[in-house]
Design a protein around this ligand. Sequence first.
Ligand SMILES: [Zn+2]
Length: 264
Amino acid sequence: MKSTIALATVALISLTGASSAFQEKPATAPSEWEKRVTEAKAITDETKKGEAMVALVREALGSKEVRLSGTAHADQVHPEDNQPAPAVNFDPRMNLKNSYATQARRLETSPAYYFLGKGTPYVVLGPRALDPRSPAFTRMQAEHELFHAKTHVGDPRPVADRELETWTHVFVTSFHEVHPFKQKWAPLVSNYEEADPGERKAALDKLVAYYRTPTPAVDDAGRAIIRTAFDEWLGRRKKDADSSSSMLVHDLEKALAPSAPDKD
Ligand SMILES: [Zn+2]
């Protein structure tokens, strides 16, 4: 009984930890996915647990190559245990390890991790990339790190510029399926604030273009749903003390105001 309670607590902490940066409200409707993620994370046999979790990651990522990380390095996420990008590695023990760097950091709270080994990019997802709310969050985490791996090897721009570019990409590729969960997209807002003005302009242009023609909606009705969700997200950001005076909220409002479509 004691261990059941402990596991339930761990699952709860992991859920809160993984989503607090993005989420405004807790999830409501329980789903089949939620049940399976919770069950996989509660398996006590480490091997079976890893296999159950990687199967869910494979399901979430569809056609992408997903590989279970090796176990040669117990304390560090290491190139020898992983396959280079565009393969996606899943390491069930990622949160117990350090990053692959001279000044290593604990990956305790990270859902996903991107690193370079001798100039080669690697993408690793951990258990926190499996969000009980939806497999869309696993796709979002993979999309984020794969974008870094594809675009930022040897890129000398500051972190905020690269993160803004990445979060903008993730927004325009994931918003259509994660908007029901009402994320704040706080890293998008904060990196916009810190990025170079030229990078801000590029990000704003992409977000505005997405608003005008949201993909992958194929018809007017589909586009209207995404645009309404975008408006609602922006509306919530205006009311949120953390972002109400942010540059991104201000710039988006200005850019979308003069000819805001679909307003009767
Ligand atoms: Zn990043």
